[in-house]
Design a protein. Structure first.
Length: 150
């Protein structure tokens, strides 16, 4: 059972989604990657959300970036948006994600920053998973030691 669902708005978002998947797998977090467009397949996306046991959703999208808001409007589980740089340097997608209406929050990371989305998802899960919390602490300590040695 995947604890994190990584949802891509289109197949072209796969390289960005794979960055999140790689980071989650390094931390030992089960995840799955699916493609569902909020515009071209709203019924399929709705069915996926309703049937998913994931605790956290990561939604990767560009242009109008409706995907994370669509997901957030249909679940109370945390949704993390990753804006893609498709046009306008990704600012259009970023603004679409951070300007959600009251009551439909989407946590949003930087443009193309799927790694941070994965880390945020892991931190959310780590609240109730001490093993994962320890792995996140160890990752930070390792990165800190590496920077200090450089």
């Amino acid at each position: 059972m995947p604890r994190v669902a990584i949802v891509l708005g289109s197949e072209s978002d796969r390289p960005t989604g794979e960055e999140a998947e790689k980071t989650l797998k390094e931390l030992g977090v089960d995840c799955e990657v699916r493609v569902h467009s909020a515009h071209r397949d709203p019924e399929g996306l709705q069915a996926y959300i309703a049937g998913s046991d994931a605790k956290v959703f990561i939604a990767v999208a560009g242009l109008s970036a409706a995907l994370p808001g669509f997901i957030a409007s249909r679940t109370i589980r945390p949704v993390i948006g990753v804006p893609r740089d498709v046009r306008l340097g990704g600012l259009d997608a970023l603004l679409a994600m951070v300007q959600m209406p009251p009551g439909v929050p989407v946590a949003t990371v930087g443009i193309e920053n799927a790694r941070n989305a994965a880390l945020l998802a892991a931190e959310i899960l780590a609240v109730a998973d001490m093993g994962l919390a320890n792995r996140l602490d160890a990752r930070r300590a390792s990165r800190r030691a590496h920077r200090e040695a450089s």
